[in-house]
Design a binder for this molecule. Structure first.
Ligand code: C2E
Ligand code: MG
Ligand code: MG
Ligand code: MG
Length: 285
């Protein structure tokens, strides 16, 4: 069902020249078509417990496979969506697909939260609350099973205002996660002012912790910070078993990364769940 948007797109760039305008319109049309025809779709990456390898959540990651250009990296086309004023449309699409996937996991007996990445710039507008609520009711998905991973928190210009918006979302039962913790500015201030229940340590630190004692020290201290603030710390970008062992020794509870699983489709998540108690992690250590 395609109802009229009550959600105002947020213009990031002041693209006023005629050239920009034409370019943006054609980009908008391409993005809309790609969402409608399946070129834009989601994949899901498990979040697992470090101790047992049990799946405790999934993160939805958007993909764009253009028939001519092949895969366009999300970092790149998300920028393009922002420039073209299409972030709210993309976010709505991703939320809907993720909630539908969540229903499919539940139907398979897998009752886990689904995480969606939300650009920090969207957290400035109260419209995000309406958008999320509407998608939850349209898809009949339980708000308590939805996590919003806020990316690029340093781009939030008004933390107090964003805090109010995120409080409203929390009040619905939605969990708020701080993505890419440790990179970019103002991350500790954001932690102080915003209602996070999870923080994801950026891959930068995780990928180095097995070889760099500084990185390891930072990760250990972020884990302690999480315990003190009663926030779940997720290690992202775990690529090898040495890192996983380090994380286990450091008391990290939840991890994500290629060593555990690449981002995969819905059916593969359900398969992953079936195998998960068995091999997966025990093979690696
Ligand atoms: P992110 O949220 O930090 O997502 C993690 C990224 O790291 C994903 O890249 C994932 O495929 C990749 N990754 C996971 N495990 C490993 C690993 O072990 N090693 C390495 N080298 N990489 C790993 P991806 O899918 O390219 O996404 C990049 C970023 O794009 C995301 O970073 C997120 O900020 C953004 N993004 C993705 N999907 C969406 C979306 O639907 N909406 C918004 N606003 N942003 C999104
Ligand atoms: Mg993320
Ligand atoms: Mg991340
Ligand atoms: Mg990242």
């Amino acid at each position: 069902e395609k109802t009229n948007e009550t959600f105002e797109p947020i213009a990031i760039a002041d693209s006023t020249s005629e050239e920009d305008l034409i370019w943006n319109i054609s980009l908008q049309a391409r993005i809309d078509a790609a969402m409608a025809n399946g070129e834009i779709y989601l994949v899901y990456q498990p979040k697992v417990t470090v101790q047992t390898g049990e799946i405790v959540g999934v993160e939805a990651l958007v993909r764009w496979k253009d028939p001519d250009k092949g895969h366009i990296p999300p970092d790149s086309f998300i920028r393009q969506c922002e420039t073209a004023g299409r972030m709210s449309q993309l976010t709505k699409f991703v939320l809907e697909e993720a909630c539908k996937a969540g229903k499919a996991f539940e139907a398979a007996g897998l009752h886990i939260p689904v995480a969606v990445n939300i650009s920090a710039t969207l957290v400035h507008e109260r419209a995000i609350v309406q958008l999320v609520s509407k998608v939850l009711s349209n898809t009949d998905f339980d708000a308590r099973r939805l996590t919003l991973e806020i990316t690029e928190t340093y781009r939030i210009s008004n933390l107090e205002h964003a805090g109010h918006i995120l409080e409203e979302l929390s009040a619905l039962g939605i969990k708020i996660s701080m993505d890419d913790f440790g990179v970019g500015a103002a991350s500790l201030e954001a932690l102080l002012r915003l209602p996070f229940s999870e923080l994801k340590v950026d891959r930068l630190f995780i990928s180095q912790m097995a070889v760099d004692t500084k990185a390891e020290g930072i990760v250990r201290n972020v884990l302690q910070l999480g315990r003190d603030l009663r926030i779940i710390v997720v290690a992202e970008g775990v690529e090898d078993s040495r890192t996983l062992t380090k994380l286990r020794e450091s008391g990290c509870l939840v991890a994500q990364g290629f060593a555990i699983s690449r981002p995969v489709d819905i059916d593969s998540i359900i398969e992953f769940q079936k195998d998960s108690q068995s091999q997966m992690l025990t093979n690696m250590v």
